[in-house]
Design a protein around this ligand. Sequence first.
Ligand SMILES: Cc1cc2nc3c(=O)[nH]c(=O)nc-3n(C[C@H](O)[C@H](O)[C@H](O)COP(=O)(O)OP(=O)(O)OC[C@H]3O[C@@H](n4cnc5c(N)ncnc54)[C@H](O)[C@@H]3O)c2cc1C
Length: 302
Amino acid sequence: MKRTEAFDFYQPATLQEASQLLKDNGPGGRFLAGGTDLVIAMKEKGLLPKYIVDLKRVPGLSGIRENSDGSIAIGALTTLYTIETSALIKKKYPFLAQSAAEVGSIQIRNRATIGGNISNASPSADTSPALVALGVTATIASASGERKIPVEEFFKGPGQSVMNADEILTEITIPKTAANLVGEYIKFSPREMMDLAYVGVAAVYNLAADKKCTGVRIVLGAVAPTPIRAKRAEAVLEGQILSEALAEKAGQTAAEEAKPISDVRSSADYRRAMVGTMTKRALLNAATGPAKSWYDRRDRRY
Ligand SMILES: Cc1cc2nc3c(=O)[nH]c(=O)nc-3n(C[C@H](O)[C@H](O)[C@H](O)COP(=O)(O)OP(=O)(O)OC[C@H]3O[C@@H](n4cnc5c(N)ncnc54)[C@H](O)[C@@H]3O)c2cc1C
């Protein structure tokens, strides 16, 4: 790893101060959370920030809380390890805990934050498909105020989001969901550990006793410039009784909706085929649970 150029380093104590530093110092500054993307970009990819504003001393940015309206708020600086091991998240949204557990290694997850995973806006980020599938809202703050935006509308392209340079992602909120909501996240990366997703699929829906599926959301990662909903595939299952044939059809439709590229990891054709297979599997696993739980699968991981 290369040494980086010298840069100014600030550790503000309030959100206001953090945002104002970006405003006052002008372009070329970056916020720092866990640093697992930022530091790599500086040391290996030639990123040279003029200055860095560390968010870790700003109070109130981390932690998970259940609100009185049944929604769940997760602070942007909450580590992926905290999410992966949270009793509340594991109980209500095991597929979200799983998506956090899929990131890198235990060392990385102990530093990496959910806010950094989203703000970095990588199309292959592991938590994004599950968050979009859950209809999560992002709270973004700056010295001039606060705004809320659905995470589905947050991403604009690889490394690009709707946030302005002086804006800070402070929190994400999972809205209250139905008691019969089920879901699954599957990451496909042949190396199984310490590799980015070649394809990621999150599927959630409300499953009635007769297996009728409603509120179906299927979100694909790493097969388009941003995470995308496979809306035609969702429509295949919406209001229908879940069956293997229908899951297969939804998978084929999702594959048609994917917009993958060929790169060093995989060809576009292979990615498209895997979207079909994994969407079908995610839909079926959501109803029954995977053959082997992700906790067991994770034992093989770092
Ligand atoms: C070895 C290794 C393996 C990895 N494997 C995976 C993987 O399998 N899956 C995966 O998804 N990712 C992976 N990553 C990427 C990384 O760990 C995640 O994206 C991580 O969640 C980023 O969080 P962070 O807190 O470290 O962000 P940082 O590096 O601190 O920040 C990332 C970017 O977001 C901005 N930012 C951070 N927080 C905020 C905020 N609250 N408001 C506004 N802007 C903010 C920063 O300015 C920076 O531009 C890996 C990284 C490494 C080094």
